[in-house]
Every structure is written in C-alpha cells, then in structure tokens.
Design a protein around this ligand. Structure first.
Ligand SMILES: NC(=O)c1ccc[n+]([C@@H]2O[C@H](COP(=O)([O-])OP(=O)(O)OC[C@H]3O[C@@H](n4cnc5c(N)ncnc54)[C@H](OP(=O)(O)O)[C@@H]3O)[C@@H](O)[C@H]2O)c1
Length: 287
C-alpha cells in the first residue's frame, strides 16, 4: 500500500464553531486509514478571497464552504462542476493540478441520497419552503430526479419567483411559487409526496406552520435543520403520524460525496454516521 501524504482539509464559514463536519470527516479519514486532518476556519466574506488563495499556496487537500460563503466563492473558482453551475453555489472546493480550483456542490445529491428509499420522486409533487441557496440545491436535485411538480413557498415572493424562473429554464418539472401561508392549504399539500423545510425556521423559537393533517399519510417531512432533539418541523409532522428526516442525513451524504471528490475513494458512510450519532444526531429517517 502506497503511503499517503498527510493533507489538511477544512470548512470555511462564519459562524462555523457549531459545524460537525470536522468530527464526521476526521472519522472518515481514520476509517479509511488516511493520515489527513479536517479543521474548521472562521472566515468572514471579506476574507474569503485571501483564505482560498492561502489554501492553494499551502496545498490544502480540499475545502467545504458553509453559510454565508457558498455563493461568494463562485467567482473565485477556475471551473464549476455542471451541478454547481446549475445551482449557482459551491459547497466543496477540489484543488487540481497547478492549484486549479474546481467548485462543486454536493448538497443536492446529498439530499437525494438522504431521501433515497424513503420517497418515490418520479412524477411526485414536492413542496419546498425557502428559496435560498439550499432550496436551490434541493429543487435542482429533485427536478433532476424526475419529480412532476415543485411548489416553492417563500417569505419573499420575488425570491420564490426567481427560483421558479431558474428551474423553469431547465424544463424538467412544472414549478410554481407560493406564499409561506400556502403550507396551511390542503389544495397545495394534498398530493405532496415530500415537504421540505429549507429555511432556518426552527433553529430559534419560531416554527414553520404546516397543516400536516392535509397531507397524505405517506408524505415524508424533511427538515434541513438538524439538532440533538427533534426539530419543531419534524416534531409537528411526527405528531400527525408522518415519517420524518432531519438535516443530519443530508449533512452525512453531502459530506460523503465531498470525501469521494477529494480522495477518489468510496466514503466510509457508516463511520461518518457513527460520528454524527456520537454527537447526538440522527442521520436516519423515522419509521
Ligand atoms: N443539513 C444540511 O446539510 C444543510 C445544508 C445546507 C443548508 N442547511 C440549512 O438550511 C437552512 C437554509 O440555508 P440556506 O443556505 O438556504 O440559507 P439562505 O440562502 O440564507 O436562505 C434562507 C431561506 O430561509 C428563509 N427565511 C429565513 N428566515 C426566515 C424567517 N424568519 N421567516 C421565514 N423565512 C425565513 C429565507 O426567506 P427570504 O427569501 O424571505 O429571506 C430564505 O428562503 C439553514 O438552516 C441551513 O443551516 C442544512
């Protein structure tokens, strides 16, 4: 077996102290027998350009980007993967030969892996709350997966309309914008196979009001927010008897895909999931 050169990886964000990516990726390196190290770096947007340049100079192995840097890093990349280009945001940097910076986005595919086996997406109606970066990643991914219809419910109507236009250009699925209040309407929720919260609501005291009793019994609730306790969005859905999945599953799978992009090896998903469970998260769906 060839000896691997130890490399440093990391996540850039602001705030970033809460990130569980180091626990997850360091567990992955250990399980794969790789000598690498993954750290978190607090980088405000104004310092992003310098941070990325230093990463190239110091030959870091790869980086993740989190809030609020996923869009700001796009113009700093030498190339984007087709997926990152379509989403318009980057959560993973892969450093190629001669310091070439390739921006990838594993959030959308990570979401699909997270829900795989829990919901049939082909032809389905997906209701998505939020129109920010992660909503764009999820909407793009489910459109690729062949859903029939997507409803984007957002607080700021113009942002929902912008996402609808972006998705409509792909011609992959029928898309409509709606106000957040539509999440209380049975005509919107009645045939939804999947309802996704892609807003930070639930992190604080406020929650997203969804009329879960208007959904089918088989409807799956997915919150991108995660925590050591059931999120308010998932707790409400579970109370109505709906199956739930919080953001820990997407965190796991987007991280596994980043690991694979950096190392060219299959990610040790079981070890990564164990690291998240050790931190109190539940990266699996409720039954
Ligand atoms: N599990 C994972 O792996 C994962 C991955 C990515 C993101 N996330 C989580 O997903 C959430 C969204 O992230 P993002 O990157 O998409 O953020 P973003 O680009 O800032 O978008 C935030 C979205 O939430 C809405 N929003 C924010 N505060 C709100 C409020 N008080 N009431 C109603 N709507 C509100 C915004 O609506 P307006 O357009 O009206 O402002 C916007 O649609 C965050 O909690 C993030 O941690 C999780």
């Amino acid at each position: 077996v060839r000896n691997e050169r130890a490399q440093v990886f990391g996540v850039l964000g602001d705030p970033v102290d809460h990130s569980l990516s180091p626990a997850m990726q360091n567990a992955a390196f250990a399980a794969a027998g790789l000598p690498h190290l993954y750290l978190r770096y607090r980088v405000p947007p104004a310092e992003l350009r310098a941070a990325v340049r230093e990463a190239v100079v110091l030959r870091l192995g790869g980086l993740n980007l989190t809030v609020p840097l996923k869009e700001a890093v796009v113009p700093l990349c030498d190339a984007l993967t087709p997926e990152a280009a379509r989403i318009g945001a980057v959560n993973t940097l892969v450093f190629g030969a001669a310091g070439r910076i390739v921006g990838d986005n594993t959030d959308g595919r990570g979401f699909l892996r997270a829900v795989a086996g829990h919901v049939r997406l082909a032809g389905a109606h997906v209701v998505l709350a939020g129109a920010g970066g992660s909503a764009r990643a999820v909407a793009t991914a489910v459109a690729d997966a062949g859903v029939g219809r997507i409803t984007i419910a957002n607080r700021t109507p113009a942002r929902a309309e912008a996402l609808v236009e972006r998705l409509a250009r792909t011609g992959l699925a029928a898309v409509a914008a709606a106000p957040l209040g539509a999440l209380a309407r049975s005509d919107v929720l009645g045939d939804a196979a999947l309802v996704v919260n892609a807003t930070p609501l639930g992190l604080g005291a406020r929650r997203l009001g969804v009329r879960w009793d208007a959904t089918q019994r088989t409807c799956l609730a997915v919150d991108l927010v995660y925590g050591t306790r059931p999120t308010p969005f998932c707790a409400d859905a579970a109370r109505a008897g709906r199956r739930t999945l919080d953001g820990a599953a997407m965190l796991l799978h987007q991280g596994a895909l980043a690991f694979e992009a950096w190392t060219g090896r299959r990610a040790p998903r079981a070890a990564m999931a164990a690291a998240l469970r050790a931190a109190g998260l539940r990266p699996e769906a409720s039954r």
